[in-house]
Design a protein around this ligand. Structure first.
Ligand SMILES: [Zn+2]
Length: 352
């Protein structure tokens, strides 16, 4: 019987050497350690053996069983390692290869300038106030001191909407961000009509004019308008704020000048120029040999506009200004054609 157990072990171990994969291993387990394996047969017949032989045969049978089980585990581990090595070789992963680049977008050059402007004014305490793109004639013109049929409207050819409206008050796409001044003042004044709070806002947004599209004019463009209303606000506040703004956006040493101008909603009105940063003021093609670049329009808020916004011009004063982020971007980067801004040409947009 002991010799039989030696044979069982020998046969099983040599059969295990031939096993090459998981399914063959499972077949081996059934054949040599399963219920009907020769080794189990030995256990089944232990009881029929002479009493004095039983302990030795039993010990030996258990030993064979443990060895076969250990051999099985070892073989299983070998097979797992072999499979891993095979898959590592077959599906090689080169970790030194660069990954697929993520397509990254960027802000439109006009948005970049707009945000820079907003950032500078935010540091001076101005809030951003967003107003609607579709306006009524009343807000876009009349409340800003452009009465119906006033010749100043000639400067702002407009896109009117074909929608039912009251006489003299059609809907249109806003021609400037200024109607937001009235909306903001009325909203602020409504919080305390007898003693309205001060206003310090900028109004960025898209404007629309019925213009012939050329290298210098577009039918849509952005504006950033500013408005400060309060008690004892004077023209020197306007000059100080805007000169400081010019230094922050164009450079520490840039010089500015104010020229008298006219806008229906400010009185007095001015245009602010900055010294040409291309030629340093000596005169070049960008500044048309003048040494100055026109940057923005501004002025003290007209009493009629203050009253329309709910602020008593006897007690309150204020200033307003407006500038075009595209114009500023054009000057800074010397862009020769305004049509590039809305043409969606990536060759242009990727330069910013
Ligand atoms: Zn110049």
């Amino acid at each position: 019987m002991l010799a039989t157990l030696d044979d069982i072990e020998k046969v099983a171990i040599s059969a295990l050497k031939e096993v090459q994969d998981e399914s063959a291993l499972e077949a081996w387990r059934v054949a040599h350690l399963g219920r009907s394996a020769p080794l189990m047969d030995v256990f089944d017949h232990l009881g029929g053996l002479p009493k004095d032989e039983r302990p030795a045969i039993g010990r030996r049978a258990n030993e064979v069983k443990r060895r076969l089980e250990a051999a099985l585990l070892e073989k299983a581990e070998d097979l797992r390692q072999a499979a891993l090595t095979r898959s590592l070789q077959a599906e090689r992963l080169d970790v030194s290869l660069p990954g697929r680049p993520m397509a990254r977008g960027r802000l439109h050059p006009s948005t970049q300038t707009q945000r820079q402007i907003a950032h500078i004014f935010a540091e001076m305490g101005f809030q951003v106030y967003l107003s609607r793109d579709v306006e009524t004639d009343e807000y876009n013109f009349q409340l800003l001191n452009f009465p119906p049929h006033h010749p100043a409207r000639e400067m702002q050819d407009s896109f009117y909407l074909d929608a039912p409206h009251e006489m003299d008050n059609p809907f249109l796409l806003r021609t400037h961000t200024s109607p937001g001044q009235i909306r903001a003042m009325r909203e602020f004044a409504a919080t305390n009509p007898d003693n309205p709070p001060p206003v310090r806002i900028i109004l960025p947004g898209m404007c629309y004019r019925y213009e012939q599209i050329t290298a210098r004019s577009e039918s849509q463009f952005t504006q950033v308008e500013g408005l400060a209303v309060g008690k004892d606000i004077t023209f020197s506040d306007l000059k100080g704020t805007l000169s400081d703004f010019a230094r922050r956006i164009f450079g520490e040493n840039v010089r500015t000048r104010f020229r008298a101008s006219h806008f229906p909603f400010t009185e007095p009105s001015a245009e602010m120029d900055v010294e040409c940063f291309v030629c340093g003021g000596t005169g070049c093609a960008v500044c048309k040999r003048t040494g100055w670049l026109e940057i923005l329009g501004c002025g003290m808020v007209h009493p009629v506009v203050l009253r329309n916004g709910g602020y008593d011009p006897q007690k309150y004063s204020g200033y307003a200004f407006g500038m075009g982020p595209e114009r500023i971007t054009i000057l800074r980067y010397r862009i020769d054609d305004i049509r590039n801004f809305w043409a969606n040409d990536l060759r242009f947009l990727r330069q910013f």
